[in-house]
Design a protein around this ligand. Structure first.
Ligand SMILES: Nc1nc2c(ncn2[C@@H]2O[C@H](COP(=O)(O)OP(=O)(O)OP(=O)(O)O)[C@@H](O)[C@H]2O)c(=O)[nH]1
Ligand SMILES: [Mg+2]
Ligand SMILES: [Zn+2]
Length: 335
C-alpha cells in the first residue's frame, strides 16, 4: 500500500499514508498502523483553492498522528490524476482518482456497449496521461463476443482490450499483467456494467456490495456510492468508483490528438497549414479518414477546445483571486 520510494519522501515526525476513501472532509487513510480516520489541517484547507488541491482516493499524503485521527499536512506529488469536468452546472474539475498505473474503462457487452463512450473515456485518460485499457464485461451473456471485441479494438489504438466475465471467470487471468505489488488500477464506467462484481472476483472475496438486479432491467440505480481503494492479497491496489452517467471532458485536447493520431498524421498533408479540417479544399483529413472516425474526432475536438478555453479563464481567475488574498493579507500584516 505504501511503496518504499514514496514513503521515503516523508521525513519524521511526519508519516506517509494513502487515501482509501473520502466522505466530504472526512478521509480514511491506510497507514503502517492500519486504516484510520483523517482530516486535513487548517492551513492545508486555507491554502487549497479547488477540489483537485484536496486529497483524493489514491493520493499519498504526509500526516501526523493526533490520538485516534491522522492530520494531513501535505499531498505528495501525484504521478497522475484522472478527473472530469464537474457536472450539474459546476465547472470545477472533479477529481476521480490519483496515481493510477492502469485505468480500466469498463463496458458490458449488452445495451451499455458504446464505442463512442469508449473513445470519450480514452481521450480523457490520454489527456491526463493516465494509461488505460478497455474491459468488456459480461461476455457470458452473448454467444459470440468477437463482434464487440473487434469493435473495441477498432478504436483502442495501442490500448489493450480484455473481454471477460466476472461471473463465469472467463478472461479474468488476462488482467494478471496489470496486477502486482505497488500497482494501482481503477475501474470506471456506467452503472451496472459490473465493476464491483469484477473487483470482488479479483479480490476473491465479496468485499463490495453489488447490484442484486441484473443491469438488463436496471436503469439509473447506483449500487456503489463512493470511491474506494482496496488491497488485493498480492499487494495490488484496486479502486472502485460509482457508475458515471455523464462524462464531461476537461483539458483533453492532447488526449484527442493522441487517441486520434491518425487524424493528426493526415493533417500534416492538408493543403493549408491552418486547415481546420472542416470544408477547406485539399484537406487530407476529410479525404483520408472514414466518416465515423471523422465525426467522433470532430465532436470530441470541439468539446475539448471549448473546455480548454474555459479552463484558461478559470486559471486566470483563480490566479487573480489568489493574489488578491495575498495582497490583502500583506496589508493586514502591515497595519
Ligand atoms: N451475466 C453477468 N452478470 C454480471 C457480470 N458481472 C456483473 N454482473 C451483474 O451485473 C449487475 C451489476 O453489477 P455491479 O458489479 O453492481 O455493477 P457496477 O458497475 O459496480 O455498478 P455501480 O456500482 O452502480 O456503478 C449485478 O446484478 C451483477 O450480478 C458478469 O460477468 N456476467
Ligand atoms: Mg459498483
Ligand atoms: Zn485538413
Amino acid at each position: 500500500m505504501l511503496p518504499k520510494n514514496i514513503a521515503a519522501l516523508v521525513e519524521p515526525p511526519f508519516e506517509c499514508g494513502r487515501i482509501v476513501s473520502q466522505d466530504r472532509g472526512a478521509y480514511i487513510v491506510a497507514t503502517v498502523h492500519g486504516e484510520m480516520r483523517a482530516e486535513v489541517t487548517g492551513s492545508f484547507r486555507y491554502s487549497a483553492q479547488v477540489a483537485v488541491d484536496f486529497p483524493i482516493v489514491g493520493d499519498f499524503v504526509a500526516m501526523s498522528m493526533k490520538s485516534d485521527i491522522a492530520m494531513i499536512h501535505k499531498l505528495l506529488p501525484r504521478k497522475n490524476l484522472f478527473a472530469r469536468r464537474g457536472i450539474y452546472g459546476s465547472d470545477e474539475l472533479q477529481p476521480i482518482a490519483a496515481n493510477l498505473d492502469t485505468l480500466f474503462i469498463t463496458v458490458s457487452v449488452n445495451r451499455d456497449f458504446n464505442v463512442r463512450r469508449l473513445e470519450r473515456y480514452m481521450v480523457a485518460a490520454a489527456g491526463f496521461d493516465v494509461p488505460c485499457a478497455l474491459a468488456l464485461t459480461k461476455i457470458d451473456l452473448v454467444e459470440e463476443a468477437s463482434e464487440f471485441i473487434n469493435a473495441a479494438k477498432a478504436v483502442a489504438g495501442k490500448n489493450s482490450v480484455i473481454a471477460l466475465s466476472a461471473l463465469g471467470g472467463q478472461g479474468l487471468n488476462e488482467l494478471n499483467p496489470f496486477l502486482g505489488p505497488d500497482k494501482t488500477i481503477a475501474f470506471v464506467g456506467s452503472s451496472g456494467v459490473g465493476k464491483s462484481t469484477l473487483i470482488n472476483a479479483l479480490l476473491q472475496e465479496e468485499r463490495l456490495a453489488v447490484s442484486s438486479i441484473s443491469s438488463q432491467i436496471q436503469r439509473g440505480r447506483h449500487t456503489t456510492t463512493r470511491r474506494l481503494l482496496l488491497q488485493r492479497a498480492d499487494g495490488t491496489c484496486i479502486i472502485d468508483t460509482p457508475g458515471m452517467r455523464e462524462f464531461a471532458l476537461a483539458d483533453a485536447e492532447s488526449g484527442v490528438d493522441s487517441v486520434f493520431s491518425e487524424v493528426m498524421e493526415l493533417a500534416l498533408e492538408c493543403r493549408f497549414r491552418d486547415c481546420k479540417h472542416r470544408s477547406e479544399p485539399g484537406c487530407a483529413v476529410k479525404e483520408g479518414v472514414d466518416a465515423q472516425t471523422y465525426s467522433s474526432w470532430n465532436k470530441l475536438e470541439k468539446e475539448a477546445a471549448y473546455e480548454t478555453r474555459k479552463t484558461d479563464r478559470f486559471a486566470a481567475e483563480a490566479e487573480k483571486s489568489k493574489w488578491k488574498a495575498i495582497h490583502k493579507a500583506n496589508r493586514q500584516r502591515r497595519r
